[in-house]
Design a protein around this ligand. Structure first.
Ligand SMILES: CC(C)(COP(=O)(O)OP(=O)(O)OC[C@H]1O[C@@H](n2cnc3c(N)ncnc32)[C@H](O)[C@@H]1OP(=O)(O)O)[C@@H](O)C(=O)NCCC(=O)NCCS
Length: 141
């Protein structure tokens, strides 16, 4: 259940906790910047986060994490939907090993991602996780 949860832009003061979780969850820690992140706060406490990461002409929805004790309550979905809603491009790219989780939101795997996304998988994801694929969601509105 999601009770008193608010989504808002991250503040610089949130970055140490975000960075700590990013490392613990083995997420992309490249160029961590507060202005890229959205956080979910419950009664003032940060419980989930995710970001929109720019690569020049394309953007990636990434570094989505939910504190361990708060998982399975829809907080990840809340963050993903907010990032999709505010995404600055029609093509919402992600790189993930959780294909099934992201298919629920309408993402589909692609074999031919933009070179920036393919390069990111090789540079950042491969050392952290196995089975990472590129996926895209085409925004219609
Ligand atoms: C993946 C993650 C963000 C999901 O957040 P969450 O708040 O627990 O997820 P939600 O509550 O929105 O969704 C829960 C549903 O997703 C499913 N799910 C959760 N983790 C999953 C996974 N690793 N693979 C496939 N499905 C998953 C659950 O089974 C649940 O299904 P149900 O609705 O049928 O019960 C969270 O587990 C997390 O922070 N993991 C570590 C970081 C990570 O791997 N991030 C994604 C990297 S691309």
């Amino acid at each position: 259940m999601i009770g008193d949860v608010r989504l808002e832009p991250a503040r610089p003061a949130d970055l140490p906790l975000i960075a700590e979780c990013v490392h613990r969850f083995r997420l992309d820690d490249e160029d961590l910047a507060a202005e890229q992140f959205v956080v979910a706060r419950e009664r003032g406490r940060l419980v989930a986060f995710g970001r929109i990461k720019p690569y020049g002409r394309v953007y990636e929805l990434g570094s989505v994490g939910v504190l361990e004790a708060e998982r399975g309550r829809g907080l990840g979905a809340l963050v993903v939907r907010e990032l999709v809603r505010s995404f600055p491009a029609r093509q919402v790219y992600i790189t993930t090993d959780l294909r099934g989780y992201f298919e629920r939101f309408g993402f589909r795997p692609i074999d031919d991602p933009p070179p920036e996304i393919a390069a990111k998988i090789a540079r950042v994801c491969a050392p952290l996780r196995s089975g990472v694929v590129a996926m895209v969601l085409e925004k219609t509105d």
